[in-house]
Design a protein. Sequence first.
Length: 320
Amino acid sequence: MPSDTSLHYGFDSSLWQGRTDPEPDSERWHQKVQALTEGAAPGCALLGFACDAGVARNQGRIGAAEGPEAMRRALAPLAWHRRGPAYDAGDVRCEGDVMEEAQQALADRLAALLGEGHLPIVLGGGHEVAYASWSGLAQHLATSEETAPRVGIVNLDAHFDLRDPRHVRSSGTPFSQIANECEERGWAFHYACLGVSRAANTRALFGRADELGVLVREDREITASRLTNIEQDLAGFIHDCDHVYLTIDLDVLPAAEAPGVSAPAARGVALDLIEPLIEGIRDSDKLRLADLAELNPSHDIDNRTARAAARLVHLLTLNG
């Protein structure tokens, strides 16, 4: 397959299908989402990142490039509770191994969406999307009067993704790449990784997280009895930031809830514990963009993972 990256602005109505209820005020997403047009009023903008080149480089199960389509199909029949508009902004699609070009295309598109006042929600794609998402936010903030914006990155993930990018850039390196770029820009690196599996991260990665001052909460720490403390820790982290970028690697969920991911979690953090953390971020008034990564439809069972992802998009955008 030839290497290529392209941006598709087309609105694929075939993905937005679902039941239509006769009662008033009973709309669903498929009835309300619109194609994004120039000059549209600010709203939630869904942008696909159809790429798993980073997963392939990281020796994971490929197939995440089909994640954006699966998320749209799962989101389409969900009940509509938003006040503001929601748009489908198309896809950045990577064919082959041109990951860096696809990341730059996504970053450019995100910077434009942010400049137009939208809340972008990126539908991945492998977790290499994180570097692209952050880069888009950085491009946008570079045009503002803020000289050293404090950008808080909250990653809900079983993995740190802090591997050394000098060897190979992949879905396992985005936050090391971001840390390096923050240093070059003179920006502080604020990173919280919640749901980390000690079994899935080496001592070197825990050491790197410690060196970078990462707020770490392991999967076994996030329990119902400790949730209030975790929420307070997260609120304190957000308080010290001007802007927040949320990235959700769906492998943070237990394999029983999210079997269709590139690297299923043996334990994970249940959806009912993840949702309150997302609500706190959403309601902070500092969330600037979010993405969801690693949905691999070819390994999903009964669309469980796609449905979980759609529920999280619904939750993220509920109060808009």
